[in-house]
Ligand binder design. Structure first.
Ligand code: URA
Length: 455
């Protein structure tokens, strides 16, 4: 009998700790293996120093995207990325350091209101923020629509300011979690952003490196978020809470809606105007509620509130928005960082687009959806965001949404306003934003779903 020789595909051999290489780490993850803390640290350090090139780091990100990581691996990746640069310790300056982070959204100007609000409630904050990416806006871009506002502070200036006035809001220094900046830039162009372990380690490494002891995470879910469903957002949130626990940080994760834009304004100066109105007690209801809840949980982590539903600090926070004290803190922040205070005192002095076009409802009905991602992309097309990293942005342009999901609107009523640089840009945005609105004639459940006849 003729024997059959079977050629087996060589099985992947995990590297011994002495012969870790970039390729062995990539191959191990590609095959679904579990990386040791040493292998993860080797890869992160190698990539940060430049010893491991972009193409291998891109392959690593794709392997993690496809095969995932355990909680332990994700916690190790977070710590290696946090320790890839300077680790800030603000505990001598602030006592307990409380921070917040949003996973990114459309119309999300929360930090502009929440930080002054928390400070007005007696807890100092020192926050590092980021720029907008794709359709999701960034706090630094919004602040820079105020002339002169300086987001590039040295670590010493950052610490001095929080010591002096109790609040500082600036860009992340190049030394803070540099591995994340490198990984994020690669992920953005290799289709590997929406990976739970990669998002969790990216966010948490920055917060840990910035010295946060208590962290409120605002995890967005819906059409305009990386996580489209509540289940996915909950899982991402739980991963980050666990990372916090394994590194001795207190983390509260809020899962918030990003199916429609937050508040009414989308676009940099427009959002600053809405933040100012909110700080003066005149914000849109959904945005005010969002800010009060985030601020309440920051106070809770800082030991200034005890109720899990923040009911014990809610009235005080609402008062701080109405009595001008949160607004006064924002004014001090702008002044301290070189911003033109007259522009925030008179928001009509903030950049204004040359073309402002009101758009009315094309029909009557209930609004059943306003696709946040489409609204974000329309404002990027208008120039409010970047097509790619480093592109200049137009602070004046964007959109004001006048009606929200669930409202009954009559044909001809104001629906939104486009703020554009040119008439052509306004016309394009109008069509895209109109198409992002979905309508139904009635809300509630139908009595019958269908009728099937026998012929
Ligand atoms: N925000 C971050 O900081 N990192 C991610 O990966 C996604 C959102």
């Amino acid at each position: 009998m003729q024997s059959t020789i079977l050629f087996e595909r060589p099985r992947f051999q995990p590297p011994r700790s002495t012969d870790v290489s970039a390729i062995s780490v990539i191959e191990k993850k590609r095959e679904g293996g579990s990386l040791t803390p040493e292998e993860i640290r080797f890869f992160v350090e190698g990539f940060t120093s430049g010893a491991i090139p972009d193409y291998q780091a891109a392959a690593f990100c794709m392997a993690v995207f496809l095969k995932g990581m355990s909680r332990r691996e994700t916690a190790d990746l977070t710590m290696s990325m946090a320790e890839s640069g300077e680790m800030l310790d603000l505990s001598n300056v602030l006592g307990y350091v409380v921070d917040k982070h949003s996973s990114g959204g459309v119309g999300d100007k929360t930090s502009l209101v929440v930080l002054p609000l928390v400070v007005a409630a007696g807890v100092p904050v020192a926050k590092m923020s980021g720029r907008g990416l794709s359709y999701s806006g960034g706090t630094l871009d919004k602040l820079e629509s105020i002339s002169g506002f300086n987001v590039s502070l040295t670590t010493t200036q950052f610490i001095d300011q929080v010591q002096k006035i109790g609040i500082v809001l600036a860009g992340q220094t190049a030394d803070l979690a540099p591995a994340d900046a490198k990984f994020y830039a690669l992920r953005d162009v290799t289709g590997t952003v929406p990976s739970k372990p990669l998002i969790a380690s990216s966010i948490m490494s920055k917060k840990i490196a910035a010295g946060a002891q208590g962290i409120v995470l605002d995890v967005k879910c819906g059409l305009g978020a990386f996580m489209q469903t509540v289940e996915d957002a909950r899982e991402l949130a739980q991963i980050m809470v666990d990372i916090g626990k394994s590194h001795n940080r207190q983390v509260t994760a809020l899962i918030s809606d990003m199916n429609q834009p937050l508040g009414s304004a989308v676009g940099n100066a427009l959002e600053v105007r809405e933040a100012i109105a909110t700080l003066q007690g005149q914000g849109p209801d959904d945005f005010v509620e969002h800010c009060v809840v985030v601020a309440g949980h920051m106070l809770r982590l800082a030991g200034k509130a005890s109720a899990a539903d923040i009911s014990d600090v809610r009235p005080m926070l609402e008062t701080r928005l109405k009595d001008g004290s949160a607004w006064e803190v924002f004014r001090k922040l702008v002044e301290a960082q070189g911003g033109d205070v007259s522009q925030i005192e008179h928001p009509e002095k903030l950049p204004i687009a040359p073309v402002i076009q009101d758009v009315v409802a094309p029909r009557s009905g209930y609004l059943s959806g306003i696709d946040a991602r489409e609204i974000g992309l329309a404002s990027v097309d208008l120039g409010a965001g970047r097509q790619k990293k480093g592109d200049p942005i137009d602070y004046a342009v964007g959109v004001m949404i006048h009606r929200k999901v669930g409202e009954l609107v009559q044909a001809g009523e104001p629906l939104f306003t486009v703020h554009a640089r040119t008439q052509q840009a306004a016309d394009q945005a109008r069509l895209r934003i109109l198409a992002a609105h979905q309508w139904v004639d009635k809300i509630g459940l139908p009595i019958f779903y269908d009728v099937i006849l026998d012929s």
